[in-house]
Design a protein around this ligand. Sequence first.
Ligand code: HEC
Length: 305
Amino acid sequence: MALVGLAALAVPSAVFAQTATAMPGNKGFATVQAIFVRSCSACHDWTGSYDTIVAGGHIIPGSPDTSIIYQKITSDEMPQSGDKLTADEKAFIKGWIAAGAPSTDLTISVPAAEGAPGAAAAAPAPSQSFLFFPSKVAFHEVTGFTSTALFLGAGILGAIHIYDMIVPAHQYRDLIGWDEDTGNPAVRSAEIVNVWNADSAMRWWHVGLVISGETLYLGDALTGMSMFTKGQPGKLTKHDIHRYAFFTHAGLMVAQIVLGFLTTDAVSRGDHDMMIGLGVAHAAIGLAIPAVMLTAGLENLLLPE
Ligand code: HEC
């Protein structure tokens, strides 16, 4: 033993780093299970089989950072007592989850252990900073909630804008005693066009908020797509719900933009009935969009795996 120790000391550190990250017993899932049996089975009964280890959302295949088992071991919360896992063991489990948590014993590629010599030169791990954010997940969360707020703000401004047009138009109607049944529709159209042209600032704020929301949302959608997790057969996970919400939002948003143009067109032509029909639909979807986004964000933050 002493000789082996001496030999290890004599090996140049770069070579040592390589052999260390290669993990002597790289037998895929078998190695992972051996670590769990040794370090976790005293307190947890899920270490017995592949199914029980992966069950219950303990592992999100492809996504170490959102897998609770990896979170617990990388923070050294687990094992609750006894020796913590070594950096190599953590890196191995991380690599296994990142590889999709295969049930086979085939060799898997393992990221350099954190803190190990040479780790800094290794490819950036997914947990590392993204743009100006501590992680890609943080970026995704901030852009998601911020774009939700911007869309909600756009909706509120839109509602104020409509109100600002309705009030003077109806005052004018009452002033001249215009009547729904007998009044000349051309007079009404002219007044609608009149209030529409009176104030366009609100309209551009509305459009500006929508465009800023969309821009942030594009970043959100792109990072989200890179974080897609594999589905678990027969199970509706919170990630599935999040994904459905994403597609629902995308569909609503397309409909909303088209409706926005049509509504604008109806108002600028002074088409009262068309404007009301389209406007109500535009307002309803405008409320639904931030509601879907907020639900998707909170659901993903608050629901357990
Ligand atoms: C000495 C006992 C003990 C050992 C050993 C231990 N745990 Fe735990 N573990 C606990 C207890 C107690 C809880 C529940 C309390 C808590 O969440 O803090 C827990 C909770 C957890 C949870 C969150 C709850 C769940 O089941 O979803 C995970 C994940 C977990 N442990 C993983 C591990 C892993 C991985 C190992 C081995 C590397 C390990 N634990 C070793 C005692 C232990």
